[in-house]
Design a protein around this ligand. Structure first.
Ligand code: URA
Length: 210
């Protein structure tokens, strides 16, 4: 396994990703599958959250029982395709805050251009889970992580569905300490910086645009 990369090989994740890759499913099916897969990926990305104990009373006895300790979470979708993860991540962890970062890639240079940013004020106190379905060149993810760090985020994880090896290398060249959670690492990028075999344009497939 590549260092600091977790490939989520769970059969449910793998099955749903295969369905999402098929060009024959509808926008609604694609959106529903992304909604289903997001908490399964989040389950893995939150595996190391620290626990503490609290005293509670069940109907039968008092006991000390585990609860999440310390830092709270902030989910940050990279607009727009990252939005497809958020609702069901919030179903799993309703107390999380949501920041947004808008980045598009310049169609000729493929460089990341930021056009929107809104984060909670206490971002430095939170574990940030940055989400984008596709890690292609890695320019957007690396730029987003850079901005999060500039604004004080100290604990950042990146979660995506499909990554290209070049994207992983680009993110880790700048941010080696940021773990990447991914459902699949594909072969390569094509001349338009799309992941092959990939699943196409995740934003278009999610929102039904072209
Ligand atoms: N963004 C996408 O939506 N798909 C790709 O394959 C690459 C970047």
């Amino acid at each position: 396994m590549t260092e600091n990369v977790v490939v989520v090989g769970h059969p449910l994740v793998q099955h749903k990703l295969t369905l999402m890759r098929s060009k024959d499913i509808s926008t609604g099916q694609f959106r529903a599958l992304l909604r289903e897969i997001a908490p399964l990926m989040l389950y893995e990305a939150t595996r190391d959250l620290p626990l503490t104990e609290t005293e509670i009373e069940t109907p039968l006895a008092r006991m000390r029982a585990p609860v999440l300790a310390g830092k709270k979470l902030c989910f940050v979708p990279i607009l727009r395709a990252g939005l497809g993860f958020v609702d069901s991540m919030l179903d799993l962890i309703p107390s999380a805050r949501v920041g947004h970062i808008g980045i598009y890639r310049d169609p000729t240079t493929f460089n990341a251009v930021e056009y929107y940013l809104k984060l909670p004020e206490d971002i430095s106190q939170r574990i940030v889970i940055l989400v984008d379905p596709m890690l292609a060149t890695g320019h957007s993810a690396a730029a987003a992580i850079g901005r999060l760090k500039e604004l004080g985020a100290e604990s950042i994880k990146f979660m995506c569905l499909v990554a290209a090896p070049a994207g992983i290398a680009a993110v880790h060249a700048e941010h080696p300490a940021v773990p990447i959670y991914v459902a699949a690492i594909d072969d390569r990028l094509n001349d338009h910086a799309y992941i092959v075999p990939g699943l196409g344009d995740a934003g278009d497939r999610l929102f039904g645009t072209k």
